[in-house]
Ligand binder design. Structure first.
Ligand code: SF4
Ligand code: SF4
Length: 147
């Protein structure tokens, strides 16, 4: 240890420098959210929990069961079950989004040709059981709207 380092060690130079940085930051405004005490309001473009939308003119579900969203999902978070009605039309029987697997990449909403699946600004899904993280068609439609 050189004389310079020795004097720094004796006079607690490192400690004083560290405390100086702490004191400097104490006076700065807090930039983090004390969530959940203070709610974080997400921006419009936020890619949060999914929703399924209906057509406001017909009241029918927008989803046509093309399964593009299911195919493009990189983490296999979407499962769609379809069948055909008597008139030959495709019917979406079930639409599952496993929010636990979802990466919130937004590919599914981007690829949808009829804007049926969209992501909301809702980011808080608190569940106690792993299975409850899954969103089914009924809940997805309730979370969505009509336009
Ligand atoms: S946001 Fe991405 S990971 Fe999540 S369901 Fe859509 S495509 Fe899959
Ligand atoms: S949500 Fe869109 S992409 Fe997915 S199956 Fe329905 S119409 Fe196709």
């Amino acid at each position: 240890m050189g004389i310079k380092e020795f004097i720094g060690w004796v006079t607690l130079k490192d400690l004083r420098q560290g405390l100086g940085v702490t004191l400097k930051h104490l006076r700065r405004p807090v930039v983090t959210y004390p969530y959940p005490k203070q709610e974080f309001l997400a921006e419009e473009r936020w890619r949060g929990l999914h929703t399924l939308w209906k057509d406001e003119n017909t009241g029918l579900e927008r989803c046509i069961g093309c399964c593009l969203c299911e195919k493009i999902c990189p983490n296999w978070a979407i499962t769609i079950t379809t069948s055909h009605a008597d008139d030959g039309k495709k019917v979406v029987d079930e639409f599952i989004v496993n929010a636990g697997r979802c990466l919130y990449c937004g590919f599914c909403a981007e690829v949808c040709p009829v804007r049926a699946i969209r992501q909301s600004t809702d980011y808080a899904r608190k569940v106690h059981k792993r299975g409850d993280i899954i969103l089914n068609k009924k809940e997805l439609l309730e979370r969505g709207g009509q336009d």
